[in-house]
Design a protein around this ligand. Sequence first.
Ligand code: PRP
Ligand code: ZN
Length: 292
Amino acid sequence: MRTLDSNTSLRIAVQKSGRLTDKTLNLLEGIGLKFDDYKRSLLVKCLNFDVELLLIRDDDIPEYVEDGVCDLGFVGGNTVAEDEADVTILRGLNYGVCRLSIAVPKNENINKPEDLAGKKIATSYPVLTRKFFESKGIDVNIVTLSGSVEIAPRLEIADAISDLVSTGGTLKANGLIEIDKIFDSETQLIQTNKPLSEGKQQLIEKILQRIEGHKKAAESRYIMMNAPQESVPEIKKIIPSLKSPTVMPLADNGMVAIHTVIPLSTFWDVMENLKEAGATGIVMLPIESMIV
Ligand code: PRP
Ligand code: ZN
């Protein structure tokens, strides 16, 4: 029998199938890790790094990482917090964003957590939910369910629920409204607290650096434009990040081409101002990756 030997490849836990799976695999591929077809196996070898993925249920990930069966894990912050796992959170990742909220049937005249005193709350997150009500000194009965929490009020199993909300579609479809938020969540990259070899530690550093570069790239755009030479000082003012833009003379008299990188969030404002300053042919391109 082949045992799971954690002294060899850096083993990363990823949700087997769910809302984080594709985004996590896209991220790993986006930072240059190549994998065989991961749909077919639970243990997937990385083709170009000493890394392997273990595809498991998201709820199991914190424990696998805590025990050192996996060295790293990509998992929702809600799951890490609920599990109270002894792991290190390396960084948050801005996908899988959701919140754990309290919701009640519409028209029940329950508007705040205090209105739930003595009532039953169905949830798959008993730890976080209990902590929330305890911190407010409200006594409630927690009913732990492993799934389909949103139908508990209709089945009269509970008066309210505490469940994850992302788009809000599930609540709406079940005639429920949010009355308070317990926990904000996004995907987290977690690391085991068990000692790791120097090689693994270095690989983790590299992965973190690449994730940072990937994030910067996703949040930036490469822009190119043409402008009259005399507009360059004005254009530099519009793009404060532009310390040393690439400015190239064009064949046209007195015209230059300017290339630079800007934060995506400023793109529309910047573009409108550039146009006013005399820039023409403004083109924006996505960036694949950036070393920062
Ligand atoms: C959560 C939650 C709801 C749904 C809410 O389940 O339990 O069913 O997502 O999302 P919405 O606001 O976009 O409708 P999830 O898909 O994460 O599955 P899991 O709890 O079984 O892991
Ligand atoms: Zn789950």
